[in-house]
Design a protein around this ligand. Structure first.
Ligand code: MLT
Length: 328
């Protein structure tokens, strides 16, 4: 083969490799992996599976959930950032991985505002203050009294530093002066199981995980951190009604692709997310679990990008004030 022919072939290969997968065929042409940065069975996993199932139908390819738990969700988020930006690996991030972690981890391996291509918000998930069902307090005021008195004797479960459950209870503990012993898990799926079993005393968890157990009476709920009661749990008082109005915690889940993903692929994913969130069955499942269906403008790349920035601005001062960081 002549040198000219070899060079021409090499140039052809390089050009083909540089083309995004989208330009090489109809995206998606194979299954898409969705990283869930927490244990299976928890709130992030639940939202990912409900929304992902419908998106799979629209996209004509299966979205396969992969649970990559650890370090309060930052292990999975780092994997999501480092994945090839060809649209075949995306992730379900949340208020912890893409907002609270910024102030908690001084050496966080990613910048949520620049290392990801936002796809759209998948769900709003109000947070509740929960205790084991035989905890000796019937109201939030009584619970705060016991928590302050018992201090480190109480076990406060969470999904690791920077998770929603960690940050929400950090906020609660800072407001009330509670100083519990923290028990980290790989997600609130397993943490909730231990709360039901009475192995830990309290947990601040997202409604999608907690609602079925509250309805079944296997755990106690003292308050929900949103301004109005949730239609899914009409008997649970708001934090304001329960006497702690400053404890406002509306968490959220959102889909991200790695930075540099072809904008046409991101747009296709956003459109599939939008279709999923308009679907009657998806809406019914999300609403039964107490989720808030995101507004149309938040189901877009720009909408989610702006939301992430405002959430980092909201949580950073609260976390800094608490004095908690992780030495990574
Ligand atoms: C989970 O899916 O386990 C959670 O979203 C954990 C959390 O952030 O508290």
């Amino acid at each position: 083969m002549t040198i000219t022919r070899r060079l021409a072939l090499a140039a052809g290969f390089l050009a083909a490799a540089a083309l995004p997968a989208f330009a090489q065929g109809d995206y998606p042409s194979k299954p898409i992996t969705m990283i869930v940065p927490f244990a299976a069975g928890g709130p992030t996993d639940t939202i990912a599976r409900i929304v992902g199932e419908n998106m799979s139908k629209t996209l004509g390819q299966q979205i396969v959930v992969e649970n990559v738990a650890g370090a309060g969700g930052t292990t999975g988020a780092t994997r999501g950032k480092d994945a090839a930006n060809d649209g075949y690996t995306i992730m379900m991030g949340h208020m912890g991985t893409h907002a609270a972690s910024v102030a908690l981890y001084p050496n966080l391996a990613y910048d949520p505002t620049t290392d990801f291509a936002p796809v759209g918000l998948a769900a709003g998930t109000p947070v509740l203050i929960l205790a084991r069902k035989d905890f000796p307090a019937e109201t939030l005021a009584e619970f705060i009294e016991v928590a302050k008195k018992e201090g480190a004797a109480l076990n406060n479960a969470n999904a690791g530093v920077g998770s929603v459950s960690h940050v929400s209870c950090l906020f609660f503990n800072a407001l009330t002066g509670a100083k519990p012993t923290e028990i980290p898990y790989k997600g609130t799926g397993p943490a909730l199981n231990d709360l039901i079993a009475g192995q830990v005393d309290y947990l601040c968890d997202q409604i999608v995980n907690a609602a079925p157990q509250i309805q079944a009476g296997t755990i106690k709920a003292y308050a929900i951190g949103i301004p109005e009661r949730s239609p899914a749990l009409p008997d649970v008082p708001t934090s304001a009604e329960a006497g702690l109005p400053d404890w406002q915690v509306q968490a959220w889940n959102a889909i991200f692709a790695p930075a540099g993903t072809d904008p046409a692929i991101v747009a296709k994913l956003s459109a599939a997310l939008d279709t999923a969130l308009d679907d009657e069955t998806v809406q019914k499942r999300l609403l039964e679990l107490g989720s808030v269906i995101p507004e149309k403008n938040l189901r877009t790349s720009d909408g989610l990008g702006a939301h992430v920035k405002s959430e980092i601005a909201k949580w950073s001062p609260i976390i800094k004030e608490s004095g908690v960081t992780v030495g990574n």
